[in-house]
Design a protein around this ligand. Structure first.
Ligand code: GLY
Length: 423
């Protein structure tokens, strides 16, 4: 009896120590979520009387810096006057209207923060900011509907299911369906520019909305175009080393017109966020289809990312081919998208631990003072040091709402696996 008692005491001590270590190890998540909730609530109430969303801050760099980053002088200003017209706004928060491609990320961040903390104030604000996006469901002229509606209404459907939300997802899928050309096998990305039929790698991020819409409606057309889009993109966007082009434009018969970059260093470079969209998109496609060609694609892209990163903290420079110099801007948003995808990928394969570990490193580093805002600072955003489009001199080394969104999503996926023993 005495022996059993001793064994029980020893076992309790060991369990206690393990729990203590585990709590300490993921204590950084509690700190990060505290900051995230504070920042989101402050910003939500600051914008409460408007129909604007917080997007980033205005940045402005001189041409010499841009040329040194790009290695060439082809600065991509669609309208050079436009860049200089906002110089005086430098350093201020940049808000955006609901038809901006990033409008779904702030409501989506509120939903994830609510899910992670149970804070009802976050839910109240999530509902408010999601409702503002209602007119977007039938927006023509852009492929960004997946970002806008799946991150907002898609999370609302998970966390506060109702038929109105489901109908919004279905209507949005119809709008995307209209942008699919069966001769090309892709959803058209942009309606601007001189390309015949531009498709960007970012477009892989629409597919989750289409998969959701098929489940909600029972209509397999949305699933079918998602799969077709993923297959065509796999065929034409990737180089033999599994890096991908940003833009591929097609002729009407489905042959390639040209392959280019829009936001990367040059046409043959490896734009960091684009690689994140790729690994995220193919991981989703495998989750939904169980087609192992999508899984292999996700694994190849993931391995390429880990091999190509040049920074010590795994938060990549804005392009994997950018000069490895102290002044080269990072892209925390690329790191967040990558981390979220890697955590999901790690759950889909038996030997996924290395992807989980890589994502954990990213999340821990982003949750340190080098990247994580202090309460009340950073214009209300959670993370610092992302890059939107360096060739356009736009949002270079700044907070952006999509970094915050994918950071919280990654954190949710991370904590679902780690399941803290002691809070
Ligand atoms: N979808 C635009 C971007 O990634 O910047």
């Amino acid at each position: 009896m005495k022996k059993i008692k001793s064994i029980l005491i020893a076992a309790t001590i060991i369990l206690g120590l393990v729990a203590c270590q585990e709590t300490k190890r993921i204590g950084w998540t509690a700190h990060a979520l505290d900051i995230a909730s504070y920042q989101l609530k402050q910003t939500a109430s600051a914008l409460e009387d408007t129909v604007m969303m917080p997007r980033s801050t205005w940045t402005f760099h001189d041409d010499g810096f841009l040329v040194s980053q790009l290695g060439h002088a082809n600065i991509e200003s669609d309208d050079p006057e436009e860049v200089y017209s906002v110089e005086h706004l430098k350093g201020q928060r940049r808000d955006c209207p609901i038809n901006d491609w990033t409008s779904g990320f702030f409501p989506g961040s509120l939903w994830y923060a609510y899910e992670l903390t149970g804070d009802e104030e976050l839910k109240k604000q999530a509902v408010r900011y999601t409702n503002i996006l209602y007119p977007i469901r039938a927006l023509a002229g852009t492929h960004d509907l997946g970002f806008m509606i799946n991150c907002s209404y898609g999370n609302a459907l998970r966390l506060a299911h109702n038929d109105t939300i489901a109908a919004v997802i279905a209507e949005t899928a119809d709008a995307l369906y209209k942008r699919f050309d069966p001769n090309i096998g892709c959803i058209r990305s942009w309606d601007f520019g001189s390309w015949n039929y531009p498709v960007i790698i970012d477009n892989m991020m629409n597919l989750d909305l289409l998969f959701n819409a098929s489940k909600i409606t029972g209509d397999s057309r949305y699933y079918d175009i998602a799969v077709a889009h993923a297959k065509t993109t796999m065929q034409h966007h990737f180089r033999p080393d599994y890096t991908c082009y940003h833009v591929v434009s097609y002729h009407n018969d489905g042959t390639v017109e040209k392959r280019e970059t829009h936001q990367g260093k040059d046409d043959e470079s490896t734009w960091s966020r684009g690689q994140g969209w790729a690994v995220y998109g193919y991981t989703s496609c495998y989750r939904e289809t169980k087609d192992t060609t999508f899984l292999q694609q996700a694994i190849h892209v993931a391995d390429m990312i880990m091999a190509r990163v040049k920074t010590n903290d795994s938060i990549p420079y804005w392009d994997y081919d950018a000069p490895a110099m102290a002044e080269t801007p990072r892209d925390a948003s690329a790191a967040c998208v990558t981390a979220s995808a890697f955590i999901e990928l790690s759950t889909l394969i038996p030997d996924g631990q290395k992807y989980f570990d890589y994502a954990e490193t990213i999340l821990e580093n982003l949750s340190a003072p080098e990247y994580l805002a202090k309460k009340g600072e950073n214009h209300g955003f959670i993370l610092m040091h992302s890059t939107g489009s360096l060739p356009h001199n736009s949002e270079v080394d700044t907070p952006v709402n999509y970094a915050d969104y994918y950071y919280l999503e990654a954190m949710k996926r991370y904590l679902d696996i780690k399941k803290p023993i002691n809070g």
